[in-house]
Ligand binder design. Structure first.
Ligand SMILES: [Zn+2]
Ligand SMILES: [Zn+2]
Length: 120
């Protein structure tokens, strides 16, 4: 059953790559509001480094982005809660998800994320 073993290791290999690309690296950039006259602007890091697992989310109650340290990367996709008021965070796993968050200043869906660097 040599082919079958080969297939299994291929599947394991692929899922490792997939996991690595979704979780084991972080990125850093800026969030800015595109609504004229608003001017909201903030730095944002998404995720964390290989040895410092972190998850980024948005707290709708406090209207701010929060980044919390997690024990391991296995917890990355689990629900996370704001350290301030223990409310559920809206997770941000990629820069494109920033567009779904209303601007903390003007309330419009006009936020744009620009990546500056990747880290691991
Ligand atoms: Zn909060
Ligand atoms: Zn705005």
């Amino acid at each position: 059953m040599k082919t079958r073993d080969g297939l299994i290791s291929l599947v394991i290999f692929c899922s490792c790559i997939l996991l690595a690309s979704t979780a084991l690296a972080g990125e850093s950039g800026t969030v800015s509001c595109t609504k004229p006259g608003c001017g909201y602007h903030t730095n944002l890091s998404i995720g964390g480094g290989r040895r410092s697992p972190s998850v980024t989310g948005y707290c709708a109650k406090q209207k701010k982005f929060v980044r919390i340290k997690i024990k391991s990367w296995e917890d990355y996709r689990k629900p996370h809660y704001c350290p301030g008021g223990k409310e559920r965070l809206q997770p941000i796993y990629s820069g494109s998800e920033v567009a779904r968050i209303p601007c903390p200043k003007c309330g419009n869906l006009s936020l744009r994320y620009q990546r500056r660097l990747m880290f691991d």
